[in-house]
Design a protein. Sequence first.
Lengths: 321, 263
Amino acid sequence: MPVPPLVARGLRKRYRDTTALAGFDLTVEPGSVHALLGPNGAGKSTAVNTFATLTRCDEGEVRVAGHDVRREPAAARAAVGLVGQRAALDEILFGAENLVMFGRLHGLSRSAARERADELLRTFGLLEAADRKVSTYSGGMRRRLDIAVGLIRRPALLFLDEPTTGLDPRARNEVWQTVRQVVDAGTTVLLTTQYLDEADQLADRITVMNVGRVVADGTAQELKRRVGGDRVLVTAPAHADLRRLAAVLGGVADPELREVTVEAGPGGGAAALTAAVRALDAAGLEADDIMLRRPTLDEAFLHLTAAEPAPGTQRSEGAHR
Amino acid sequence: MNAVATTLRQSWVITLRDLKHWQREPWTPIFGIAFSVMLVLMFGYLMGGAIGLPGGGDYLHYLLPGIFALSMLFGIEATMSAIADDSKKGVTDRFRSLPISAAAVPLGRAGADLMNSAVELAVLMVGGLLIGWQASGSLGATVLAVVLLLWLRFAMLVLGVFLGLAFRGEGGVTAVQVLVWPIGFLSNVLVAPESMPAWLGAVAQWNPISATAAACRELFGNPSGITGGVLADHALLLAVLWPTALILVFVPLTARAYRRLSR
């Protein structure tokens, strides 16, 4: 069995009066995109910084590509690429020069660093901007270059800490495209995000965290399922008998909204919708509107993170750093 | 490749990066040098006429070695703000996430800053000679004076890296930019401590940059403005010891500040 790119067990980290990690566990499977999803201050960045050897946690064990980050930090660093929250680029150097510099620091020869820089610039559509100062780059270009820098040594695992925070929708799409490219090339990605659609779009597996611990873990589908299945909503016409409508459909009436909600059975949403239309038809009833509702990841997220914070923890620890 | 060679190779990559900054945005180093030139002109011509030297001698000859030492002290600002800037932009964190030696980044910075200071010294010395300053010491003595000045600069570098890591906020750099003035002036670089009230003169005499300035005056054969006291006899020794002491104290503190980034 291959070594998982990342295994973390029982991580605990306190900053003065706040708990950033309160017994955090995570396993990332090779070849996947794993999203750490959580609100601001959930401890996502602390977790990633611990994995990347930038932060030392108080308790717990982290193995990156089989290397303990405490005992073999150099080997662990060699196996990962980190793309932090801020684009950590040299603004005065050109895009290509940034790549060459970081390549040389990774131990590549001058010519090898140049070759790799060219390759990455081409892959990420930055060839034309190669000889321009990074300070002239757009937000999306910076992010792409930032990710390229993280990939110089073809790491087994790439950390992306909130890769699209602060980007406009177009730049965000560019970055998503880039992340997909990275994964297609065989790199395992661990990304943190506050955006549910980002996790939904990119991740094979999502770990939802809040106040320093895991509150849920699974695929986007599984998380949605935990909040409940599909529902059919039928809106009754103005003078219809709501109770009769509910009885015919086998659902629950909401007199205020004049709506009947029918939970979909194991057959799924489409089957429930068809059944509802047939039942209405057979009973000779009319409806103003019929629609199928799937639970969104948003709902799942709110549902999962609504739990009370553990005693002695605060929700705002991210703000202190 | 052994560890030392690898570290030096990595440092050189960082040095090249820092030098490229100056090549691309030359105004920062140019203004740094222009500033020291301005001090020479201001004190040499504007105020120099009113400044007398204990023991006699030409004030301009006295002034230039002082300005050399002062410009080494002022170099601390450039070092500190570069380090603070990298930390703020996350570049330091990226360096820290790489499998490179922890010493490579500060050493690379040191290489670039020392080169910058060497150029600044050269400009000041040539400019000084053009306006009539004389260095009448032997070649060996002149080289030794330059080495002592760069040794002081190296100590300021270590201090600058420490301050840049320890006080990363905006306020830190500003505080140092303000504080270097009284610290620089409370010395023998511009006027002889013997002209000050006795207690103040004692403080000025024990200022580390006074030792370097006094040693340079001795080595260049310039008037010392000193008729007695510790610098009259031990300027050279103190010009070696002061920076050495600062380096010995601040290298471990800097290493600690670097480690504390991973708190």
